[in-house]
Design a protein around this ligand. Structure first.
Ligand code: MG
Length: 472
């Protein structure tokens, strides 16, 4: 070997060392898995770039979907806020906890009750093995102290405890007329909603112009403060539920208009959270999930979202009311791809419990399936059906590819006629996701199969006492 060759070898070796040092993975801080749920409000199936929106730009959510799993048959537990949130956090249909009602569809600022203490939330479940837990954002499971997140398993709460269109200042009503004016006339001070830190109101009215970025920043600082312990962050944005507000930085940036500006601000927060996880060496042992509580609120036209190719929206049991984007991200843990298996926000309870090694409660019926075989190995999971409740009544049921509608009705705010179908309407959702072509006549055996599944569910159903009915 000549001196020159030897020198080149040393040089190459040095370059390789420096190269491998640069590529070295950040050191893992923990062995357990952290969980982050980012939950949007009234965001539709068609509102993200990666789910086909032509002008709303969501590069961070698109990246999460491309590096992780994008689910195309993922459902919220109900088609409006309160029951949907109860479903996610308890892993149970809201009819069981009493968080669904035939009288009111959600909780209001004068509601007397909230999520009963006997329910076990995902936060309480994870606390059994020492997780640190934070709820940031919209709660909507009871605003009185005993119902707040800090009394339901969360160590920390920062957020508006119900919808951002509530507590409308008197003199501005009637409610629906208010929304006919141009967006620049709609002011954050018109909604006297409180902002809580733990159990104390720290700002009222909450400044909604900056709330989206403040929520994301709270999540980032909670992650940094708790990076040495396992943590669970439930980040439930108040937006893009109306009224729509954005920080100055995002105003007028989206081709989609104000609704797009709002989504791009949410997406920017997602980017900050992913970057924090990567910078802190936590990306590979943190699972981040993004989804929404229900479909778009269609009567608000341009200020509401889009369910894409799905029919109808918020409040209805058509697909647009309950099928949502479902994105799972954890580089190295989650096998990337598009998943068309059935999934539900209620499944996060059993899935996270399984991953964290916590046994499920045995003293109650759960509606939660462990999705980890699909997340980690693209293997089949046990969920084969979806029930579509409106309040306390089953309007529709899906088993496998097929969905039967027993009752149909309009979206929230445009209720329309309630139609009970003597012969249920039947769709093959894999072939006809827009629910256009009724095939009930050709497939009585499938209708019977779905009816049997509903009857089996009903035979074991114990209805929780209605928590939404009583108001001051
Ligand atoms: Mg909602």
């Amino acid at each position: 070997m000549t001196i020159k060759t030897s020198f080149n070898c040393i040089l190459i070796s040095l370059l390789l060392i420096s190269c491998s040092e640069k590529q070295k993975e950040p050191e893992k801080k923990q062995n357990t898995t952290n969980f982050i749920i980012i939950f949007a409000d009234d965001l539709g199936y068609g509102d993200l770039g990666v789910y086909g929106h032509p002008t709303i730009k969501t590069p961070n959510l698109d990246r999460m979907a491309n590096e992780g799993q994008k689910w195309t048959n993922f459902y919220a537990g109900a088609s409006v806020c309160t029951p949907s949130r109860a479903a996610l956090l308890t892993g149970r249909l809201p009819v069981r906890s009493g968080m669904a009602s035939g009288k009111h569809r959600v909780l209001f600022p004068d509601s007397k009750n909230g999520l009963p203490a006997r329910e076990i939330t995902l936060a309480e479940q994870l606390k059994k093995v020492g997780y640190r837990t934070a709820a940031i954002g919209k709660w909507h499971l009871g605003h009185k102290e005993q119902y707040l997140p800090t009394n339901h398993g969360f160590d920390y709460y920062f957020g508006i405890p119900y919808s951002n269109d509530m507590d409308m200042v008197s003199g501005l009503i009637p409610y629906w007329d208010y929304w006919q004016q141009p967006n620049d006339s709609i002011k954050t001070e018109h909604f006297n909603v409180p902002l809580f830190r733990n159990t104390k109101i720290i700002e009222r009215p909450a400044n909604q112009n900056t709330i989206t970025t403040r929520y994301s920043d709270e999540a980032v600082s909670y992650i940094k403060q708790n990076k040495d312990k396992p943590f669970f962050v439930y980040l439930a944005h108040n937006l893009p539920h109306i009224p729509l507000f954005v920080s100055d930085e995002f105003k007028g940036t989206s081709e989609r208009g104000l609704y797009g500006d709002v989504l791009e601000e949410i997406d920017n927060g997602v980017g900050k959270i992913l970057k924090t996880l990567e910078d802190e060496g936590l990306a590979e042992n943190t699972i981040v999930v993004f989804t929404s509580d229900n479909g778009p609120w269609l009567p608000f036209k341009l200020n509401g979202g889009s369910a894409g190719l799905l029919r109808a929206g918020k409040g209805s049991t058509w697909e647009g009311g309950m099928r949502e984007p479902g994105i799972f991200w954890s580089p190295g843990q989650i096998k990337p791809g598009v998943v068309s298996d059935l999934g539900s926000t209620m499944d996060l309870f059993a899935t996270f419990s399984k991953i964290a090694g916590i046994s499920l409660p045995e003293d109650r019926i759960l509606d939660s399936h462990d999705l980890s075989p699909t997340l980690f190995d693209k293997a089949a999971n046990t969920r084969k059906s979806i029930l579509y409740y409106r309040g306390t009544e089953i309007y529709a049921a899906r088993v496998g590819d097929f969905k039967a509608h027993y009752i149909t009705q309009g979206v929230y705010g445009q209720f329309g006629e309630k139609i009970e179908h003597e012969t249920p309407i039947l769709y093959n959702l894999n072939q006809d996701p827009s629910e256009q072509f009724d095939i009930a006549e050709e497939h009585p055996e499938i209708l019977q199969q779905i009816q049997d599944a509903v009857a089996k569910h009903n035979s074991k159903l114990v209805r929780g006492e209605d928590q939404l009915a009583d108001r001051e």
